[in-house]
Design a protein around this ligand. Structure first.
Ligand code: UDP
Ligand code: MG
Length: 311
């Protein structure tokens, strides 16, 4: 943690990667909302290795706004790492996160804060009317969210909504491996009974374009299988993770050999094929679980971001 003066009541944390057209309008909106709230606040922009003029624009804004702090990362570590850096540097008792592209509406923040005060540890925004393509973005996200809620028991049906409010204890020390921001807040190991959702606006992106394509559907499926273990057991052993991964890889080899031999021997094809496919399924699942446990434990041990400087 760094920063001068007493800790503010509220930290507004925004991860940004190549958002040069969006940072100034968002900063202005955040300033207006935060001053209406009548509590002390800071705005923390985390620059995740932007290659455009995002950093330069943030520096110009910071020169005129003492509430604004910039955590400038030493490269592009990904949204999960940028959020982790924001959590590590935010000093507020309550931490609000939102996307830097203007899709989340800062005008929703007061309602999320009011819900937190009803006795919750996390309040997550739920975009009721999505402004994105249905088939390529909204539908996969609905399916993924349903699966995530089933796997974790945490009643959040829009994990991908960047607008969320946390009590600082919940995010303290969080080191999220790449992509695991999609499992927030469950991935933090929160008590499901202390998590609430509040409907929020979804606006069209300001400038620029999304940083993700359809590949995220595959990645979410791969990571989902490890989620119940990550959330409920909080693994600590790298050796166990690696053993699972290696066993998965070895089993995959056995599965491929079995598959090939089933295909070349027509007499026993049915049973052998089923056996080979079952082996491959177990292998792929084991490998995916091992890979994710390994990433999770490594992230906790080594951290997921490097800071160049804090302005
Ligand atoms: N982001 C980031 N690092 C990255 C990719 C994205 O900090 O490597 C930020 C991005 O600038 C935005 C937020 O994460 O503020 C969400 O990204 P995006 O809007 O591309 O995601 P989508 O809304 O399409 O899910
Ligand atoms: Mg976006």
């Amino acid at each position: 943690m760094s920063g001068d003066g007493p800790a503010p009541a509220l930290s507004l944390v925004v991860p940004v990667y190549n958002e040069e057209d969006n940072v100034a309008p968002l900063h202005a909106e955040l300033g207006r909302i935060a001053s209406d709230l009548a509590r002390s606040y800071e705005i923390v922009f985390v620059n995740d290795g932007s290659r455009d003029r995002t950093l330069r624009r943030l520096e110009a804004l910071a020169a005129a706004d003492p509430h604004l702090r910039i955590v400038d990362l030493d490269g592009n570590f990904g949204e999960a790492a940028a959020l982790s850096a924001g959590f590590a540097h935010a000093r507020g008792a309550v931490i609000v996160t939102l996307d830097g592209d203007g899709q989340n509406d800062p005008a929703d923040i007061p309602r999320l804060l009011a819900r937190l005060e009803d006795g919750f540890d996390v309040v997550s925004g739920r975009r009721v009317e999505r402004r994105e393509a249905f088939v390529s973005r909204v539908l996969p996200s609905r399916i993924a969210n349903w699966l995530i809620a089933r796997a974790t028991g945490v009643p959040v049906y829009d994990c991908g909504c960047g607008l969320k409010v946390y009590r600082r204890e919940v995010v303290a020390g969080a080191q999220l491996p790449r992509g695991m921001n999609r499992f927030l807040p469950a991935i933090l190991g929160v008590d499901p009974a202390r998590v609430a959702e509040v409907p929020v606006q979804d606006r069209p992106r300001g400038g620029g374009r999304s940083h993700y394509g359809l590949e995220r559907v595959f990645i979410v499926c791969r990571d989902l299988v490890a989620l119940p273990l990550l959330v409920r057991r909080r693994p600590r052993s790298r050796a166990l993770a690696r053993a699972l991964g290696t066993t998965g890889a070895a089993l995959a080899g056995v599965g491929v050999v079995a598959l090939v031999s089933a295909l070349v021997r027509p007499a026993t094809r049915g049973m052998a094929l089923a056996g080979a496919l079952a082996t491959l399924c177990v292998a792929v699942t084991g490998r995916a679980i091992g890979h994710n446990l390994d990433r999770f434990v490594t992230a906790q041990e080594e951290g997921v971001f490097r800071v160049r400087r804090v302005v």
